[in-house]
Design a protein around this ligand. Sequence first.
Ligand SMILES: Cc1ncc(COP(=O)(O)O)c(C=O)c1O
Length: 386
Amino acid sequence: MKKPTLVNHPPDVAPPPGNQPVIAPIYQSVKFEFESIDDTLRMLRGETPGYFYMRASNPTTRQLEQTLAQLQGRDDCLATASGVNAIAQTLLSLTKSGDHILCFIETYGPTRNIIRRLLARFGVEYTMVSIEDLAGVENVLASRPTRLVIFESPTNPATKVADIERLTELAHRHGALAVMDNTFAGFHQHGEYDVDVFMHSLTKYASGTGDVMGGAVIARQELIDGMRPDFAVLGALLDPHAAFLIQRGLKTYFVRYSAQTANAQKIAEFLAGHPAVARCHYPGLATHPQAALARKQMKEPGTVVSFDLRDGSEAARRFSESLELFALTASLGSTESLVMPPQLVGTRDFTPEQAKASGVTASTVRLSIGLEDVDDLIADISQALG
Ligand SMILES: Cc1ncc(COP(=O)(O)O)c(C=O)c1O
């Protein structure tokens, strides 16, 4: 073998049988080969297990998919390049021209965009009501055939709690799928409810470190099998290196979520009692309008705390810019604390009535609480409020 050949066919150094790495390796390979065409064809027909081309599947990504499916309590998972990609591909895959979707004013902004702009171009219609308006949900579902109901809980940023039991029951009674973006609550919550498809941004709690993007769609086998061919041709399967980083992050997922939630609870209580704060939104507060529902549905109320300042949007700007330990940026769920001022919250597409129903005001600030010492975080919030 001459050297240009050698560098393209390097020595195989797989550990011998019985000698396994403790951490699974990153299969950073686009292509996987069999010795024969017949073996390749058997695998491609689904008769034998295996891999062929990374756009369809990869062992490292597959390990993450199987872990997430088990965490959320469903059969299978598709891991994607980002959270919004998981949402866009799911909606594209589950709908066709003429279908109708029920979504909510409180739905995450980019999801509203996918429904109102992208899907509308393909003839998919939608109706939008408030997540608190269960009578409205029932009216819409009774008045026209609906392919799916898509919702979140707690909502972003007002932390409203959706009644998952009622929503899924209403959706199913009217022949619609219940599709839930469960990013805020995480993989260990809501699995016992009759949700057909869970979607997550893995960019948030899964890795926890804020240095990698990913998304996941988790559902029963028949739904995943129906979506998988569409996902493969749309071409946004999660890269194995990102899958490895997210799998590594999951090792500390449970302790991070609980510790960050404990910090968030203390910060919410501090904010709720502060004279500069008109209202604090956090499902773990006894004053939350759906506190009982939150206690029933959630093991842990999460790490996002929002609040309205008495003095309006300029005060919210000064507050956000005065914080020292909170990065002024998007995202949530990572170990460092973040602040999202009202000027950066995307509600510009709302009518005045929708803006009112959203629960988001010109002085609503969203905090994502991290793993720092909670006394330091409260001292920082206190000085910024001052
Ligand atoms: C509720 C929710 N869903 C989906 C996403 C999108 O995730 P990604 O940023 O990974 O595309 C986000 C991001 O903030 C989110 O908050």
